[in-house]
Design a protein around this ligand. Sequence first.
Ligand code: IVH
Length: 670
Amino acid sequence: MDPSIQKRVQELHDKLNQYNYEYHVLDQPSVPDSEYDQLLNELKEIEQQYPELITEDSPTQRVGGAVLEQFSKVEHRTPMLSLGNAFNEADLRDFDRKVRQAVGDNIAYSCELKIDGLAVSLRYENGVFMQGATRGDGSVGEDITANLKTIRSIPLRLKNPLSIEVRGEAFMPKSSFVKLNEEKEKREEAAFANPRNAAAGSLRQLDPRIAASRNLDIFLYGIGDPGETGINSQSEGMQLLNENGLKTNPERKTCGTIEEVIDYVNSWVEKRAELQYDIDGIVIKVDSLSQQEELGFTAKSPRWAIAYKFPAEEVITILHDIELSIGRTGVLTPTAILEPVRVAGTTVQRASLHNEDLIREKDIRLGDHVIVKKAGDIIPEVVSVITDRRTGDEKEFTMPTHCPACDSELERLEGEVALRCLNPKCPAQIQEGLTHFVSRNAMNIDGLGEKVIAQLFKENLIEDVADLYRLTKEQLIQLERMGEKSVENLLTAIEASKKNSMEKLLFGLGIRHVGAKAAKTISEHFRSIDKLREATVDDLLQIDEIGNKMADAIVTYFENEEVQELIEELRENGVNLTYTGPKKERMESVESAFTGKTIVLTGKLAQLTRDEAKEKIELLGGKVTGSVSKKTDLLVAGEDAGSKLTKAQDLNITIWDEQQLIDEITKQEV
Ligand code: IVH
C-alpha cells in the first residue's frame, strides 16, 4: 500500500477528531458541517478500499456494531458509589462542620452541577476508548460501549495515551427530549416522562442505531482511581480531563467557605431553568485528594462529598374541577383536576386535596390559578391559590350531602375531618375493599388490578371477597382484554392465595385500624380466625401493640352477622383461616446477631423486600424499628440511604450493608 494513504488516514483522523471536539465538546465549530461530512466520506471510502486500516477509534466507528442479544456485565474496578443528600442550608453547614472536624479548617470545596442523567464509566487504554458501562448496583454494571460510542462528545481517542477510567453523567439535552417526544407522539408511541428516563431508555437499547438517533451528551466529573494519575485535587482532575478532550461542565466553582458554597447553591435555584439540560442539585466535593482520603467512606458513600437537592419545583396551573372518590372505609376524598402541567419532570393533572377542611383552609375554588409542586418530588400537591389572579368567575366548592356512588347520606363522624358514606353495601366501597383484599400485603392475587375488579363488579360476577373464589374460566374469558393465558394465570393466583397464612386474610378483610403489622401480631397470638372471633376486647388488649380503638373495631367487626356468613363462605371455598407462619417460640431458641437487638432498615434493598427483611430479623429474635436513636444497635443501609444513615454514623452505630444482612440470615437458616 502506498504509505501516503496511511498518512492521509492519520490526517483525516486528526482533523475529524479536532472538528468533532470543537463542535461537540467546546461548542465552537471552526468549519462548516459540510466540510466535516466531506472528510468523513473520504475516510469511509479509503476504509472501504483498505479495510485493514479501520481502527477501533476511527471516526467512522461511532455507529457500528451489531444489534446485541443482551448486555454483558462489567465489574467496576473501583465501586461507583452514590452520595449522601443535603436538603437545606443546615444540612450543608452540618456537612462542613464534620469535614472540618476531621481534616481541619484549611478547606476548599469543588462545587458542581448535579446533572440529572445516567451515571456511566468510560475506560480508556493507551488513550483509546475501550469500554463504557452503566453504574448498575455500584459494583457490577452493564457494558454499553456501542451506545456510548454514539455520543459525539465522548472522544474515541484522548489527546494523550492515558490508561484511565473516567466517570460522568450521560444525559439528554432538553431540546433533544422535546423533539424525541414530538416524534413519538406522531407515531402514537408512549412519550418519555422526562429527559433522564429518555437518556436511560436510549442507552439501554440493544441496537446502537437507536442511541445514535437520540442526540445524547455527557459531562465527565470524576476519575475512577485518581491515585494513578498524579493529580492532587478534584480541580486538577477536571483540568486533566479537559486537556484530554473530555467534556466537563463549565459551571464548576471552587469555594473556600461554606458561605460561598451556599451562595453558589442559591444562585442555581432560579438559573437552572435556563440550562439546556436538567440538573437536580449541586454536588459539593472536598477538593483536596489527600483530605478526601482522610475523610474516607461510609458503607455507601464518600464522607468528602454531598449532594444538595433543590427544593421541589413549583409551577402555576388552573384547577378545573374537584372529583370525589370513595375509599374502602367509605371516606370521601376530593381530588383536584388540573390543567395538565409539567413539574419536576412529569406531567401532572391530578392532586389529592385530602379532605374538605383542606379545601376551606386554602380557600380553593373551581377555576382558580393554583401553585402545584411534587412533595418529595413524587406526589403532586396543591400548595396554594393565587388569589390575585381571580376574575370573579371562580366557583366555591361544596361537598355533596349524599354519596355520589350509592346516594346514601354522608356523615362526619365525631372528631374526624373526613366525610363518610356509612352504607356497607355502597358499590364504590365494595370495589375498593376488593382491590385492597387482593393487594400485595393482603391476599396478593396477581392479575386482579382495579380495572379487572371494576369489570367483574359491573358484570355482577363478584359482590364480596368470597365470590372471588367462585370465579370460573368461562366467566373470566368473557372479560375485555382477558386471554386464555391471563385467565389461567389469574385462576392459579386465586387458588394459591387460599393457602395464605391468616395475617394476610385478616389484613385483607379491611377491618378499621387493623394494618398489616397489627394483623400479623394478632394472628401470631390467636392463630386462627375462629379463635379471634371468640376474643373479647379484654383478650385483645392483652397484646402489647393493640389499643382500645383497634380492639373495639375487631370485636364489632366479627359480631356482624354478614361477616360471620362471609367467613363461612371463605371456609367452604377452601380458604385457609389459620396462622401458618413460624412459631414465636423459635425466635427465643435461636441465637443470632439480631437476638435482643434493635435494628433499623433504611435505603432501598435489592434482594429482599422491606417486609421480608423485617420478618427474617424478627424470626431471629431482633426488633425492627423505624427511627435511629441511641437505643438502635444496628442499621442496615440499602442503596441511597439518607438521613438515617448519617444519624447512625453520628451515633457510632454499627452499620451493615444488605449483603451482611443476607449473610447473617442465611447463616441462621436451617
Ligand atoms: S460525584 C462518589 N458529581 O449523582 C461520588 N455525581 O449520588 C460520585 N451526579 O448517580 C458522584 N452530577 O451519577 C458526582 N457532578 C457530579 C454529578 C454526579 C451528577 C450523579 C451521579 C450519581 C449521583 C450521586
